[in-house]
Design a protein around this ligand. Structure first.
Ligand code: NAI
Length: 284
Protein backbone atom coordinates (compact mmCIF):
# COMPACT_ATOMS: atom_id res chain seq x y z
CA UNK A 1 0.00 0.00 0.00
CA UNK A 2 1.24 3.50 -0.82
CA UNK A 3 1.46 6.94 0.72
CA UNK A 4 -0.29 9.75 -1.14
CA UNK A 5 -0.67 13.47 -0.54
CA UNK A 6 -3.92 15.12 -1.62
CA UNK A 7 -4.36 18.89 -1.47
CA UNK A 8 -7.91 20.20 -1.25
CA UNK A 9 -8.79 17.00 0.63
CA UNK A 10 -11.58 18.63 2.68
CA UNK A 11 -14.07 19.16 -0.14
CA UNK A 12 -15.26 18.26 -3.63
CA UNK A 13 -13.00 16.25 -5.91
CA UNK A 14 -9.97 16.22 -3.59
CA UNK A 15 -12.13 14.82 -0.82
CA UNK A 16 -13.56 12.14 -3.14
CA UNK A 17 -10.02 11.15 -4.22
CA UNK A 18 -8.83 10.91 -0.59
CA UNK A 19 -11.85 8.75 0.33
CA UNK A 20 -11.21 6.35 -2.56
CA UNK A 21 -7.49 6.03 -1.81
CA UNK A 22 -8.18 5.36 1.89
CA UNK A 23 -10.87 2.81 0.97
CA UNK A 24 -8.20 1.04 -1.15
CA UNK A 25 -5.95 0.78 1.93
CA UNK A 26 -3.52 3.62 1.14
CA UNK A 27 -2.26 6.23 3.59
CA UNK A 28 -3.45 9.72 2.65
CA UNK A 29 -1.95 12.96 3.93
CA UNK A 30 -4.59 15.57 3.26
CA UNK A 31 -3.66 19.25 2.96
CA UNK A 32 -6.31 21.93 3.24
CA UNK A 33 -7.17 25.26 4.84
CA UNK A 34 -10.15 23.40 6.31
CA UNK A 35 -9.69 20.41 8.67
CA UNK A 36 -7.14 17.94 7.26
CA UNK A 37 -3.98 16.09 8.36
CA UNK A 38 -2.02 19.20 7.39
CA UNK A 39 -3.89 22.48 7.81
CA UNK A 40 -2.25 25.23 5.75
CA UNK A 41 -3.20 28.27 3.72
CA UNK A 42 -1.79 27.76 0.24
CA UNK A 43 -2.50 31.38 -0.73
CA UNK A 44 0.73 32.57 0.95
CA UNK A 45 4.38 31.58 0.42
CA UNK A 46 4.72 30.87 4.17
CA UNK A 47 1.61 28.65 4.12
CA UNK A 48 2.94 26.73 1.13
CA UNK A 49 6.36 26.24 2.78
CA UNK A 50 4.68 25.02 5.98
CA UNK A 51 2.49 22.60 4.01
CA UNK A 52 5.44 21.27 2.00
CA UNK A 53 7.56 20.66 5.12
CA UNK A 54 4.73 19.13 7.18
CA UNK A 55 4.01 16.63 4.40
CA UNK A 56 7.69 15.72 4.04
CA UNK A 57 7.87 14.99 7.79
CA UNK A 58 4.61 13.02 7.74
CA UNK A 59 5.63 10.81 4.79
CA UNK A 60 9.20 10.18 5.98
CA UNK A 61 10.64 11.51 2.71
CA UNK A 62 8.81 9.03 0.45
CA UNK A 63 5.61 9.55 -1.56
CA UNK A 64 3.95 7.21 -4.07
CA UNK A 65 1.77 9.92 -5.49
CA UNK A 66 0.43 13.45 -5.21
CA UNK A 67 -2.90 14.96 -6.19
CA UNK A 68 -3.06 18.75 -6.38
CA UNK A 69 -6.76 19.56 -6.12
CA UNK A 70 -6.83 22.60 -3.82
CA UNK A 71 -8.22 25.51 -5.75
CA UNK A 72 -10.45 28.55 -5.65
CA UNK A 73 -13.09 29.41 -8.22
CA UNK A 74 -13.56 32.55 -10.33
CA UNK A 75 -15.95 34.31 -7.97
CA UNK A 76 -15.78 38.14 -8.00
CA UNK A 77 -13.93 40.10 -5.30
CA UNK A 78 -11.12 42.64 -5.11
CA UNK A 79 -8.50 40.23 -3.73
CA UNK A 80 -9.82 37.16 -5.52
CA UNK A 81 -7.70 37.35 -8.73
CA UNK A 82 -4.46 37.30 -6.73
CA UNK A 83 -5.74 34.55 -4.41
CA UNK A 84 -6.61 32.46 -7.48
CA UNK A 85 -3.08 32.85 -8.87
CA UNK A 86 -1.51 32.03 -5.49
CA UNK A 87 -3.57 28.92 -4.73
CA UNK A 88 -4.27 27.52 -8.20
CA UNK A 89 -0.80 28.02 -9.67
CA UNK A 90 1.81 28.49 -6.92
CA UNK A 91 -0.11 26.11 -4.63
CA UNK A 92 0.58 23.44 -7.26
CA UNK A 93 4.08 24.12 -8.57
CA UNK A 94 5.83 25.14 -5.35
CA UNK A 95 4.51 22.07 -3.54
CA UNK A 96 5.49 19.79 -6.40
CA UNK A 97 8.99 21.23 -6.51
CA UNK A 98 9.35 20.63 -2.76
CA UNK A 99 7.95 17.10 -2.94
CA UNK A 100 9.83 15.98 -6.07
CA UNK A 101 12.67 14.20 -4.18
CA UNK A 102 10.11 12.32 -2.06
CA UNK A 103 8.20 11.33 -5.22
CA UNK A 104 11.46 10.17 -6.81
CA UNK A 105 11.99 7.96 -3.74
CA UNK A 106 8.51 6.45 -4.16
CA UNK A 107 7.45 3.38 -6.14
CA UNK A 108 6.60 4.45 -9.75
CA UNK A 109 5.12 7.65 -8.33
CA UNK A 110 2.32 9.47 -10.14
CA UNK A 111 1.18 13.09 -9.93
CA UNK A 112 -2.19 14.50 -10.98
CA UNK A 113 -2.53 18.29 -11.04
CA UNK A 114 -5.97 19.82 -11.46
CA UNK A 115 -6.30 21.99 -14.53
CA UNK A 116 -9.67 22.93 -16.09
CA UNK A 117 -11.39 23.03 -19.46
CA UNK A 118 -11.42 26.81 -19.04
CA UNK A 119 -7.88 26.52 -20.49
CA UNK A 120 -9.28 25.85 -23.97
CA UNK A 121 -12.84 27.17 -23.80
CA UNK A 122 -12.40 30.61 -22.17
CA UNK A 123 -11.64 33.33 -24.74
CA UNK A 124 -8.97 36.03 -24.41
CA UNK A 125 -7.00 34.71 -21.42
CA UNK A 126 -4.08 37.17 -21.33
CA UNK A 127 -0.82 35.59 -22.46
CA UNK A 128 1.17 38.11 -20.38
CA UNK A 129 -0.37 36.75 -17.17
CA UNK A 130 0.39 33.16 -18.18
CA UNK A 131 4.00 34.00 -19.03
CA UNK A 132 4.45 35.92 -15.77
CA UNK A 133 3.18 32.95 -13.75
CA UNK A 134 5.53 30.55 -15.52
CA UNK A 135 8.35 33.00 -14.72
CA UNK A 136 7.29 32.90 -11.04
CA UNK A 137 6.20 36.57 -10.94
CA UNK A 138 2.80 36.81 -9.24
CA UNK A 139 2.87 40.65 -9.07
CA UNK A 140 3.36 40.96 -12.82
CA UNK A 141 0.64 38.37 -13.46
CA UNK A 142 -1.79 40.26 -11.17
CA UNK A 143 -0.97 43.56 -12.93
CA UNK A 144 -1.72 41.99 -16.33
CA UNK A 145 -5.22 41.13 -15.08
CA UNK A 146 -6.19 44.54 -13.65
CA UNK A 147 -7.52 45.91 -16.93
CA UNK A 148 -10.25 43.26 -16.89
CA UNK A 149 -12.09 44.88 -13.93
CA UNK A 150 -14.92 42.61 -12.75
CA UNK A 151 -13.84 39.88 -15.17
CA UNK A 152 -10.35 39.75 -13.61
CA UNK A 153 -11.25 36.71 -11.46
CA UNK A 154 -12.32 34.68 -14.49
CA UNK A 155 -9.19 35.68 -16.39
CA UNK A 156 -7.03 34.85 -13.36
CA UNK A 157 -8.69 31.45 -13.13
CA UNK A 158 -8.08 30.70 -16.82
CA UNK A 159 -4.49 31.97 -16.64
CA UNK A 160 -3.73 29.92 -13.52
CA UNK A 161 -4.99 26.73 -15.17
CA UNK A 162 -3.21 27.30 -18.51
CA UNK A 163 0.02 27.97 -16.59
CA UNK A 164 -0.41 24.80 -14.49
CA UNK A 165 -1.00 22.74 -17.65
CA UNK A 166 2.05 24.18 -19.38
CA UNK A 167 4.20 23.70 -16.27
CA UNK A 168 3.10 20.07 -16.12
CA UNK A 169 3.84 19.44 -19.80
CA UNK A 170 7.22 21.21 -19.67
CA UNK A 171 8.41 19.36 -16.58
CA UNK A 172 6.82 15.94 -17.11
CA UNK A 173 9.28 15.05 -19.88
CA UNK A 174 12.49 16.13 -18.13
CA UNK A 175 15.22 14.16 -16.39
CA UNK A 176 14.03 15.41 -12.99
CA UNK A 177 10.52 13.98 -13.49
CA UNK A 178 10.25 11.30 -16.21
CA UNK A 179 13.93 10.53 -15.69
CA UNK A 180 13.33 10.04 -11.96
CA UNK A 181 10.47 7.62 -12.63
CA UNK A 182 7.70 10.12 -11.77
CA UNK A 183 4.65 10.36 -14.03
CA UNK A 184 3.33 13.93 -14.09
CA UNK A 185 -0.05 14.63 -15.73
CA UNK A 186 -3.01 17.00 -15.46
CA UNK A 187 -6.76 16.52 -15.40
CA UNK A 188 -8.99 19.17 -16.99
CA UNK A 189 -12.57 18.86 -15.74
CA UNK A 190 -15.57 20.75 -17.05
CA UNK A 191 -18.30 21.95 -14.67
CA UNK A 192 -18.42 19.45 -11.79
CA UNK A 193 -21.06 19.81 -9.08
CA UNK A 194 -18.92 20.53 -6.00
CA UNK A 195 -19.02 23.31 -3.37
CA UNK A 196 -16.81 25.40 -5.69
CA UNK A 197 -19.42 25.30 -8.47
CA UNK A 198 -22.32 25.60 -6.00
CA UNK A 199 -20.84 28.88 -4.78
CA UNK A 200 -20.78 30.21 -8.35
CA UNK A 201 -24.32 28.98 -8.96
CA UNK A 202 -25.55 30.93 -5.91
CA UNK A 203 -25.02 34.20 -7.83
CA UNK A 204 -27.86 34.64 -10.39
CA UNK A 205 -25.66 36.24 -13.08
CA UNK A 206 -23.03 33.51 -12.78
CA UNK A 207 -25.66 30.78 -12.64
CA UNK A 208 -27.14 32.07 -15.91
CA UNK A 209 -23.71 32.07 -17.58
CA UNK A 210 -22.90 28.56 -16.32
CA UNK A 211 -26.27 27.10 -17.36
CA UNK A 212 -25.99 28.60 -20.85
CA UNK A 213 -22.42 27.30 -21.41
CA UNK A 214 -22.32 24.63 -24.15
CA UNK A 215 -21.93 21.09 -22.72
CA UNK A 216 -22.77 18.62 -25.52
CA UNK A 217 -23.83 15.77 -23.21
CA UNK A 218 -25.63 18.21 -20.86
CA UNK A 219 -25.65 18.72 -17.11
CA UNK A 220 -22.78 18.75 -14.64
CA UNK A 221 -20.08 16.18 -13.88
CA UNK A 222 -19.94 14.16 -10.67
CA UNK A 223 -17.05 14.54 -8.17
CA UNK A 224 -16.91 10.76 -7.59
CA UNK A 225 -16.56 10.06 -11.33
CA UNK A 226 -13.68 12.53 -11.57
CA UNK A 227 -12.06 10.90 -8.54
CA UNK A 228 -12.20 7.56 -10.40
CA UNK A 229 -10.19 9.13 -13.25
CA UNK A 230 -7.62 10.41 -10.75
CA UNK A 231 -7.30 7.00 -9.09
CA UNK A 232 -6.74 5.47 -12.55
CA UNK A 233 -4.08 8.10 -13.32
CA UNK A 234 -2.32 7.12 -10.07
CA UNK A 235 -2.39 3.41 -10.89
CA UNK A 236 0.22 1.22 -12.62
CA UNK A 237 -2.09 1.22 -15.68
CA UNK A 238 -1.04 4.85 -16.17
CA UNK A 239 2.71 4.06 -16.36
CA UNK A 240 2.85 5.20 -20.02
CA UNK A 241 0.92 8.44 -19.38
CA UNK A 242 3.35 11.37 -19.28
CA UNK A 243 2.69 15.09 -19.74
CA UNK A 244 -0.94 14.56 -20.76
CA UNK A 245 -3.80 16.92 -20.02
CA UNK A 246 -6.91 14.76 -19.87
CA UNK A 247 -10.21 16.54 -20.58
CA UNK A 248 -13.26 15.12 -18.76
CA UNK A 249 -15.79 17.82 -19.58
CA UNK A 250 -18.89 16.49 -21.28
CA UNK A 251 -17.55 17.56 -24.70
CA UNK A 252 -17.20 21.36 -24.33
CA UNK A 253 -13.53 21.40 -25.35
CA UNK A 254 -14.27 19.24 -28.42
CA UNK A 255 -17.28 21.44 -29.29
CA UNK A 256 -15.27 24.68 -29.32
CA UNK A 257 -11.85 23.41 -30.40
CA UNK A 258 -12.46 20.30 -32.53
CA UNK A 259 -10.04 21.37 -35.27
CA UNK A 260 -7.44 23.19 -33.16
CA UNK A 261 -5.70 20.25 -31.57
CA UNK A 262 -4.20 17.74 -32.04
CA UNK A 263 -2.63 19.53 -34.99
CA UNK A 264 0.48 19.18 -37.15
CA UNK A 265 3.71 20.99 -36.20
CA UNK A 266 3.47 24.34 -38.05
CA UNK A 267 6.20 25.01 -40.63
CA UNK A 268 7.44 28.04 -38.64
CA UNK A 269 8.21 25.71 -35.70
CA UNK A 270 10.12 23.15 -37.76
CA UNK A 271 13.60 24.37 -36.81
CA UNK A 272 12.80 24.25 -33.07
CA UNK A 273 11.23 20.82 -33.53
CA UNK A 274 14.35 19.46 -35.26
CA UNK A 275 16.61 20.91 -32.55
CA UNK A 276 14.55 19.08 -29.91
CA UNK A 277 14.64 15.91 -32.00
CA UNK A 278 18.47 15.98 -32.12
CA UNK A 279 18.84 16.78 -28.41
CA UNK A 280 16.62 13.89 -27.29
CA UNK A 281 17.89 11.21 -24.93
CA UNK A 282 15.65 8.48 -23.57
CA UNK A 283 15.27 8.00 -19.81
CA UNK A 284 14.63 4.26 -19.96
P1 NAI B 1 -13.94 22.55 -3.75
O1 NAI B 1 -14.17 23.98 -3.41
O2 NAI B 1 -15.02 21.58 -3.45
O3 NAI B 1 -12.58 22.04 -3.07
C1 NAI B 1 -11.43 22.84 -3.13
C2 NAI B 1 -10.65 22.62 -1.84
O4 NAI B 1 -9.50 23.48 -1.88
C3 NAI B 1 -11.43 22.97 -0.56
O5 NAI B 1 -11.34 21.93 0.38
C4 NAI B 1 -10.75 24.22 -0.08
O6 NAI B 1 -10.78 24.40 1.34
C5 NAI B 1 -9.33 24.03 -0.59
N1 NAI B 1 -8.65 25.32 -0.64
C6 NAI B 1 -9.11 26.47 -1.19
N2 NAI B 1 -8.28 27.48 -0.92
C7 NAI B 1 -7.26 26.96 -0.18
C8 NAI B 1 -6.11 27.51 0.42
N3 NAI B 1 -5.85 28.82 0.35
N4 NAI B 1 -5.29 26.69 1.09
C9 NAI B 1 -5.56 25.36 1.20
N5 NAI B 1 -6.64 24.78 0.67
C10 NAI B 1 -7.49 25.58 -0.02
O7 NAI B 1 -13.56 22.54 -5.30
P2 NAI B 1 -13.53 21.40 -6.42
O8 NAI B 1 -14.56 21.74 -7.39
O9 NAI B 1 -13.46 20.06 -5.83
O10 NAI B 1 -12.14 21.77 -7.13
C11 NAI B 1 -11.00 20.94 -7.12
C12 NAI B 1 -10.07 21.41 -8.21
O11 NAI B 1 -10.71 21.23 -9.48
C13 NAI B 1 -9.74 22.91 -8.14
O12 NAI B 1 -8.38 23.09 -8.50
C14 NAI B 1 -10.64 23.52 -9.19
O13 NAI B 1 -10.11 24.72 -9.70
C15 NAI B 1 -10.67 22.43 -10.22
N6 NAI B 1 -11.81 22.47 -11.13
C16 NAI B 1 -13.10 22.45 -10.63
C17 NAI B 1 -14.17 22.48 -11.50
C18 NAI B 1 -15.59 22.42 -11.03
O14 NAI B 1 -16.50 22.66 -11.84
N7 NAI B 1 -15.86 22.10 -9.78
C19 NAI B 1 -13.96 22.55 -12.96
C20 NAI B 1 -12.57 22.54 -13.36
C21 NAI B 1 -11.55 22.50 -12.47
Amino acid sequence: MGTYVVTGSASGMGRAVAERLRANGHTVIGVDVQPAEVVADLSTPAGRRAAANAVLSACGGRLDGAVLAAGVGPTPGRDQPRRILEVNYFGVVELLQAWRPALAAGERAKVVAFSSNSTTTMPAIPGRAIRALLAGDVDKAARALRIFGRAASSMAYGASKVAVSRWVRRHAVTRDWAGAGIRLNALAPGAILTPLLEKQLSTPAEAKAIHSFPVPIGGFGDAGHLADWVVFMLSDSADFLCGSVLFVDGGSDAYFRSDDWPGPVPARRLAAYLRKFKRFTSFS
